[in-house]
Design a protein around this ligand. Structure first.
Ligand SMILES: [Zn+2]
Length: 566
């Protein structure tokens, strides 16, 4: 990962208005010291998503997602960390330090490649408008795509025959090598040759709107029907979704997301006033794409052809979804009538009937699963046994324990057979006060108190105690927090970057209910515990005596605190 100086990251955080960043997607209302809104990461009816302006943190009390500006862009918009840094640096008028981020050479190469791909999109688009693009224009017209859609999605045309790229870009060897590197040319027997010929062209954009590759479709008969850019350093087909950049805002706003199979389906939806379609890039939909989809909207509808191939594709998507699925998700599956795709149905029935179909005919993922199992297993007692076995095997992939239990019960009811128990103990909930043991609870609250007001750490550093927290996860965060404070770093923001998996950090940091009085008591409890542990170890008499004296003082102080509290 690229390394950025921490002072630079602090400066970005200080200059970023997190409220403004989040308010683009979430309607925020002031509530006490914080802002509240409906969580963009899980489906909910009453707001549990809070944003603190002075701490520059967000936290959802419903699903536990939380962090600062970088984490929001990564989690919400799918940015990588360097991308999030770059984006916010640009937004806040800061320049990314030269010696950080990707190597300058690599950066320059990427910029050139993206510029070239963008130019290629314009070249194809101009070819569509020119005389030679007449048949392609007619094709789009026949398919019901109006001019504004063609413009917005930068649709284009690659003429038949070889040499179009050279004609458009010239003969410079360096440029030709670059065109090969981005997948527009390939090396044949007689030198460079155009990859895309006699096809309508669909530029594919990454999350930030850069054209990174192309899909090309033949207009009449021929094979292959679709041709896509090969994998390049900028084009990873397993990570991208067609329509993501163009539709992400509309999907969130309308709370509707339709996964379809082809580019033309995505565009047909948009042309009918439904800019909410996404499609994978000519391959089966993979886990990374499914994560992206469920993050964008918890209740997407997956549209598949009703034929055998369509049902198989749906089953594959369902299988890949199992490890990601949690009870907050509600994906549904819709099989279209034989021989139809969204494009053809929209042309026949119009958008309202199509929307009705989505509402009425799309089945919840659980029903799709049970139906699929039933048809795979066949009839009779053996069929029920096969179905139970297959259900068992698939349930093992699920991570959400409660959802797994619910699905198991449904499969048991369906087969009349008892499935194996595979439940692991349910993870502790996220609330700070949920521990059974008071000492474990105190330790977590102590850490929360430190992150809530980091100047407490500076005082702690001046003391003599070397606490070790029982929970290794807590202890790692605690130890790192002390290091960061000692180095005068911005503790919470740095912790968020150092522990991306620890979802409780923003919760701890945004706790505003740990008073100085409670903190003093927590500190005394920590010291008491620490000294008691130390007294179990052998020590020279002088030291043992000193420790005993301190322990007695602390115990006395604790009593006073309790009396004062009463
Ligand atoms: Zn949430």
């Amino acid at each position: 990962m690229a390394h950025f100086p921490s002072a630079f990251l602090d400066e970005i955080v200080a200059r970023t208005d997190l409220i403004e960043l989040i308010a683009r997607y979430v309607e925020l209302k002031k509530s006490g010291a914080n802002f509240m809104g409906l969580c963009p990461f899980h489906h909910e009816k009453s707001p549990s998503f809070s944003v603190s302006a002075d701490k520059q943190l967000y936290y959802c009390f419903g699903c536990g997602k939380g962090g600062g500006a970088f984490q929001f862009l990564m989690e919400h918009d799918g940015y990588s960390f360097p991308e999030a840094v770059e984006y916010l640096a640009e937004k806040t008028g800061l320049e990314v330090p030269k010696d950080s981020g990707p190597a300058p050479q690599e950066e320059a190469r990427k910029k050139q490649a993206l510029a070239l791909l963008d130019r290629a999109a314009s070249v194809f688009s101009n070819a569509l408008k020119a005389e030679q693009g007449k048949s392609a224009r007619e094709y789009f017209q026949r398919r019901g795509l109006p001019e504004d859609i063609i413009q917005q999605y930068r649709l284009g045309y690659a003429p038949p025959g070889y040499g179009f790229m050279q004609k458009s870009f010239g003969q410079d060897d360096r440029i030709l090598a670059q065109l090969e590197a981005v997948g527009l040319l390939f090396k044949g027997d007689r030198g460079y040759a155009d990859r895309f010929r006699a096809r309508v062209m669909f530029p594919i954009r990454d999350r930030r709107g850069h054209v990174v590759g192309f899909g090309g479709r033949i207009m009449e008969k021929g094979e292959p029907k679709y041709l896509n850019s090969p994998e390049t350093p900028y084009y990873h087909k397993s990570e991208l979704l067609y329509g993501y950049y163009e539709h992400r805002d509309a999907i969130r706003k309308r709370k509707l997301l339709v996964i379809v199979e082809g580019y033309m389906d995505v565009l047909a939806l948009a042309a009918h006033g439904l800019p909410v379609g996404l499609a994978s890039l000519g391959t089966a939909i993979g886990e990374r794409q499914l994560r992206e989809i469920l993050r964008l909207h918890a209740e997407p509808v997956f549209c598949f052809d009703g034929d055998r191939a369509g049902r198989q594709a749906a089953w594959r998507a369902l299988e890949r979804m199992l490890p990601i699925l949690v009870s907050e998700h509600g994906p549904r599956f819709l099989y279209l009538p034989d021989g139809e795709d969204p494009d053809s149905l929209l042309q026949k029935e119009g958008p309202d009937a199509f929307k009705k179909r989505l509402e009425a005919d799309a089945k919840p993922v659980l029903n799709t699963w049970l139906d699929g199992l039933r048809s795979l297993a066949g009839r009779g007692a053996e069929g029920r046994a096969r179905m139970a076995k297959k259900a068992d095997a698939m349930l093992a992939d699920m991570k959400d324990d409660y959802l797994k239990q619910a699905w198991r019960q449904e499969a048991e009811a369906d087969t009349g057979l008892k499935l194996r128990e595979q439940s692991k103990p349910v993870k502790a909930t996220r609330s700070v006060s949920s521990y059974a043991s008071p000492s474990a609870r105190n330790q977590e609250r102590f850490l929360a108190a430190l992150l809530q007001i980091p100047s407490r750490i500076s005082f702690l550093l001046q003391g003599e105690d070397n606490f070790i927290l029982d929970d290794t996860g807590l202890n790692d965060v605690y130890t790192r927090a002390l290091e960061l404070a000692a180095a005068n770093e911005c503790v919470v923001q740095a912790l968020l970057l150092d522990f991306p998996q620890e979802e409780r950090i923003p919760l701890w940091a945004s706790q505003s209910d740990i008073s100085d009085g409670e903190y003093r008591k927590l500190l005394l409890l920590m010291q008491e515990r620490h000294l008691k542990q130390l007294r179990k170890q052998p020590a020279p008499p002088e030291q043992a005596e000193y420790r005993l004296k301190r322990l007695q003082e602390i115990t006395k102080k604790l009593k006073e605190v309790d009396i004062n509290a009463e």
